[in-house]
Design a protein around this ligand. Structure first.
Ligand code: PA5
Length: 448
């Protein structure tokens, strides 16, 4: 179960300057219908992620079973859309203690921060590790750098047997990794060509590591399937959760000056979900002067950090709270406690967390900060699958409202091109020259 409460984004509650009138939803009726038709037509190409809930998971589950039986460690080497979803699934379902109690232990090598890389190496035994190299393009610098070190290490230790410690996940045809996998005979899984990195969590990209860590991936896809059924059959924004989220964010960003979208779950297992959302929303929609800056906040921790700004700072934010009704554990405050804090007794920690949300939400509404609340009954694979699907569709839909392409990332490529130039990669000589003209250290202040 998933419920979206959008009462506090409506003008009725917070006024017309910051809030939305139902009439404004109505004004977009035909545009939304048009976009809905377009999305349905594009289910086999740009919107291919809508087909993913219907895939057969037999092969992924069989590979995962073999890995679970033969390896003590499972390491994903990937970055961006080839890592954030993996982290999100693991944390949302298995929580924070998985590596302390379960096998295979799961790590992600995303950054090329040498200390982080080394810290993971310290924790694993490479001879007992399966490395899953994930890259849609097959050539991302960070992923290739981390891969190259592990490849050489394994080859030195194991000779030709190194191949049994790698599984690749990449484009079915394009890119270096696909070619290398074919040449070396390394097991390689496909990322459907139509699915870009940040929309790929429900492909082998996210599903393999989830299945290795014993997450019920069929249930995850079932949840996504339910969301797809509702969303593909319904173009009415008030009945389609993805369009509702999309249109609300679009209207407040375009008409009410809300250029920042805060996501604030009151449930820490959703912390990495926000990181995943941040990439999805930023990289898909931040184009041609449009988009919203996604901002992470965690309840109740950030009440003691950012809420002051959210209430009394610039009126440029819309907030999405996420509430999970049932926690796996809870602790009751005893009655035999000092008088000054006795108002707490009888409550459980979860009850206090929920009350904190209510208090913060009311305070924000009072300050006319538009906010919506997504409530899910339990944080299980089914509900997470729904949430993932809804946010992917909301993102694609909102991109079409802005009339931009939500599926490319041209501005990311330019930074990569300069990096290639700096590393002396063939074909990028012009980029090095351009870089030298752009990057000059002219005004500095040194403190010793
Ligand atoms: O969403 C995207 O396409 C990007 O953020 C990629 O996920 C990221 O750059 C990593 O790319 P790749 O999977 O090709 O290594």
């Amino acid at each position: 179960m998933l419920k979206i409460d959008y009462t506090n984004v409506m003008a009725e509650l917070i006024g017309e300057k910051d809030g939305i009138l139902f009439q404004e939803f109505e004004e977009y009726k035909f545009i939304v219908e048009e976009i809905h038709e377009k999305i349905q037509r594009e289910r086999e190409n740009s919107f291919y992620f809508t087909q993913l809930p219907y895939q057969d998971t037999k092969e992924i589950k069989a590979i995962a079973k073999e890995i679970r039986e033969n390896f003590d460690y499972f390491v994903v080497i990937g970055i961006g859309g080839s890592a954030l979803g993996n982290q999100m699934l693991q944390e949302a379902i298995n929580g924070f203690n998985y590596n302390n109690f379960e096998f295979p232990k799961f790590y992600i090598m995303d950054n090329v921060d040498p200390e982080k890389f080394g810290n993971i190496l310290d924790l694993i035994d490479v001879k007992k590790t399966m490395f899953n190299v994930i890259t849609k393009s097959g050539s991302t610098v960070e992923t290739m750098a981390n891969f190259a070190i592990i490849y050489t290490t394994l080859k030195e230790l194991l000779g030709e047997n190194y191949k049994n410690h790698f599984i690749f996940t990449t484009d079915p045809e394009k890119g270096f990794l696909r070619k290398f996998g074919q040449k070396e005979g390394i097991k390689t899984l496909d990322i459907p060509p139509q699915v870009g990195g940040r929309f790929s969590v429900l492909t082998a990209v996210g599903l393999l590591s989830a299945a290795v860590c014993n997450i019920d991936i069929d249930s995850l896809l079932e949840g996504a399937k339910s969301a797809d059924k509702i969303c593909s059959e319904n173009s009415n924004v008030l009945e389609n959760p993805a369009y509702l989220i999309g249109l609300i964010h679009y209207i407040v960003s375009q008409k009410k000056g809300k250029s920042i979208s805060v996501m604030m779950p009151y449930f820490e297992r959703l912390s990495s979900f926000v990181d995943w959302y941040r990439q999805l929303w930023a990289e898909s929609l931040g184009k041609e002067g449009f988009g919203q800056t996604p901002l992470k906040a965690i309840g109740s921790i950030d009440q003691h950090s950012q809420i002051q700004l959210f209430r009394e700072g610039p009126k440029d934010k819309i907030i999405t709270f996420i509430k999970v009704e049932n926690s796996l554990r809870d602790f009751k405050i005893p009655s035999d406690i000092p008088d000054d804090i006795s108002y707490l007794s009888g409550y459980t920690l979860k009850e206090i967390l929920d009350i904190e949300l209510l208090g913060t939400r009311a305070a924000l509404t009072k300050s006319k900060v538009p906010n919506l609340t997504i409530t899910i009954d339990e944080l299980n694979p089914y509900n997470l699958g729904m949430l993932i699907y809804i946010y992917e569709l909301a993102t694609g839909f909102t991109g079409y409202l802005y009339k931009i392409n939500p599926f490319d990332q041209p501005a990311v490529e330019e930074g990569k091109n300069f990096a290639y130039g700096l590393m002396g990669r063939k074909g990028y000589e012009d980029k090095l020259k351009e870089f030298e003209n752009l990057d000059k250290e002219k005004y500095t202040l040194k403190v010793e």
